[in-house]
Design a protein around this ligand. Structure first.
Ligand code: AMP
Length: 303
């Protein structure tokens, strides 16, 4: 089944206590595709500048990612910089140079309009709505957003939220969106805005999924000894989640639960290395073994 992602392609300059990279491949749509393409065909829509080296996306091409939706424009590629604090749980954005991304108006190629699965990565909600309206009849739509849009474009965000099935958001943003300090009450309010499934990312504490009937499923984060760079973990999570769902063709609650674990699995690889390095050539065995490790980590006998 086809999976479409629309979002940023970037060159990131990132510093953590364990090293630094300059102009390394990043962007929400790139991290998403890097993970999702292990499971499903991915159609990628975004924009880069004429300074962008196409060879950087070769690994995605090799996994059958369709890059016809990546537009190359005159000007510079979107650049983002971040510095992480010592515990890696928080970071400061050092710069955001939107460059060609500033005037990004996603045009969905005709060949992608029948995509059945759609991920609207973190871009302005007006653009997310515009993309949604360009797709024929998606089976499942998921959306990511951030505090910037909750603060500045709440009406547009609510308009697009009314149309999506799954919202993937971090815990502080969920509280902000709901206007609630309690996540459970907040989840109930967010369901009323539209999404039937809410996924709350909690960084090193894993991810909580809340279904429409207010039942829960929780995935821990995989306990890692080596974490070099958390950048893109959220988008990688979303890629594993949506990629698995697209490959399974099912949107049952059980499939959502497996998808949450595949998302967590892919995110755990992402943070081991800088940029997308760890996501370039994972083996099926590595992914399966870590998925199984999640399973054994969360099983117990009740008696
Ligand atoms: P995350 O660590 O999940 O917040 O994702 C970080 C990625 O998002 C980096 O690769 C950045 O290039 C990209 N990014 C940062 N700021 C923005 C923005 N305003 N719009 C879109 N993508 C962004």
């Amino acid at each position: 089944m086809s999976l479409l992602v629309v979002g940023s392609l970037a060159l990131d300059t990132v510093k953590t206590p364990f090293g630094e990279v300059e102009d390394a491949l990043g962007g929400a749509a790139v991290y998403f595709a890097a993970a999702a393409s292990y499971f499903s065909l991915v159609n990628l829509v975004g924009v880069v500048g004429d300074d962008f080296d196409d060879g950087l996306l070769q690994f995605l091409k090799q996994r059958n990612t369709d890059l016809r939706g990546v537009e190359k424009r005159n000007g510079k590629t979107f650049r983002w910089g971040g510095v992480y604090h010592s515990d890696l749980n928080s970071r400061d954005t050092t710069f955001t140079h939107l460059n060609v991304f500033e005037s990004f108006q996603p045009k969905i190629p005709d060949e992608y309009r029948d995509s059945e699965y759609l991920f609207l990565a973190n871009i302005g909600p007006e653009l997310q709505l515009d993309v949604f309206n360009q797709i024929d009849k998606p089976k499942l739509v998921a959306l990511d957003t951030m505090n910037y849009w909750i603060d500045g474009s709440l009406n547009a965000l609510q308009e697009v939220l009314a149309k999506v099935d799954v919202l993937i958001i971090n815990d502080s943003e969920a509280k902000q969106l709901a206007g609630e300090s309690n996540l459970v009450t907040g989840a109930r309010k967010i369901h009323q805005m539209g999404p039937k499934v809410l996924i709350i990312k909690k960084g090193e504490h894993g991810a909580l999924m809340v279904f429409e009937d207010m039942s829960f499923f929780h995935a821990p984060a995989y306990p890692l000894e080596v974490i070099n760079d958390p950048t893109g973990a959220g988008d990688t999570f979303a890629g594993g989640f949506m990629g698995y769902l697209a490959s399974s063709g099912s949107i049952s609650n059980d499939s959502f639960k497996r998808a949450l674990i595949y998302g967590s699995t892919m995110a755990s690889f992402c943070v081991e290395q800088f940029s997308v390095q760890r996501l370039v050539d994972l083996s099926e065995t590595e992914i399966r073994d870590r998925f199984n490790a999640f399973w054994s980590m969360t099983q117990f006998e009740r008696a």
